[in-house]
Design a protein around this ligand. Structure first.
Ligand code: ZN
Length: 148
């Protein structure tokens, strides 16, 4: 059982919280331009990090506020708790997630999108989704068995 330090309420039992998945998943800048594969990757594909992992938590039976937490997925050590919309803190164990420091200061995105604190959408940080250089969707290809 984890003892989670809520930034508003202090340390509380894990059962008071809900896990919100990976933090810092950027909402696509132009979602209508994504093909089905890219959209599915945004919706469903997440890192499976061994080590320090930034994740979202909701103190659902307490202050009902979202926050980010940096937790080691091996040792369950809670390394940092920080507010939604703030960049991932640096760790001694930067185990991989490239989502870490693509910071709020990225100049190419609109300031409105960055200042809104949307926990579920997590649209703070731009372009974490790798898009293939070429359109790989063979949209003209009929499914197998569609033609004789
Ligand atoms: Zn709380």
């Amino acid at each position: 059982m984890l003892l989670i330090p809520c930034p508003n309420c202090g340390s509380r039992d894990e059962t008071e919280f809900h896990y919100g998945g990976q933090a810092h998943v950027a909402y696509p800048e132009n979602p209508t331009e994504l093909n089905d594969r890219e959209w599915a990757e945004f919706l469903f594909y997440r890192d499976n990090t061994k080590g320090a992992f930034a994740e979202r938590w909701l103190h659902s039976t307490g202050c009902r506020q979202w926050f980010n937490m940096l937790r080691d997925t091996v040792t369950y050590d809670i390394q940092a708790v920080y507010a939604m919309g703030t960049p991932r803190p640096a760790t001694a164990n930067p185990a991989a997630s490239e989502s870490g420091t693509a910071s709020l200061a990225a100049p190419s995105t609109s300031p409105d999108a960055l200042s809104v604190d949307v926990p579920i959408g997590a649209r703070k940080q731009p372009q974490l989704i790798e898009q293939p250089a070429s359109a790989t969707a063979p949209s003209t290809t009929a499914p197998e068995g569609a033609t004789k």
